[in-house]
Design a protein. Structure first.
Length: 105
């Protein structure tokens, strides 16, 4: 058994029933400073002008980059299994992941 396998076997994660329900988010705002990335996941409902933040995740820059890599890998696996994820066409201008955005804190 190599060191990586030993580490994974020793890692235990608790998922309580209330957290297992999850939170639906269709909007996110990503901000950063020199020491952290902050991701606010929000829910925007039709007819309302205000999105309600449902969860905030604060990450060290190294963890944000690891998350990016993990998302890229999982998207590749998803598309290999289920086909390409089709994105709506976006207008010219700053690149955002509509309605997701980014900024600096």
């Amino acid at each position: 058994m190599n060191e990586n396998e030993q580490k994974q076997q020793g890692l235990q994660i608790e998922l309580t029933p209330d957290k297992a329900q999850g939170e639906y988010a269709n909007f996110a705002i990503i901000t950063h400073s020199s020491s952290e990335f902050i991701v606010d996941f929000a829910r925007m409902l039709p007819g309302l002008s205000k999105a309600q933040v449902r969860s905030r995740v604060i990450l060290a820059p190294e963890h944000a980059k690891r998350l990016l890599g993990a998302l890229q890998e999982n998207i590749m696996r998803y598309e290999h299994q289920f086909g390409q994820i089709k994105m709506p066409e976006q207008q010219q201008g700053p690149r955002t992941i509509a309605p997701f955005g980014k900024g600096e804190a």
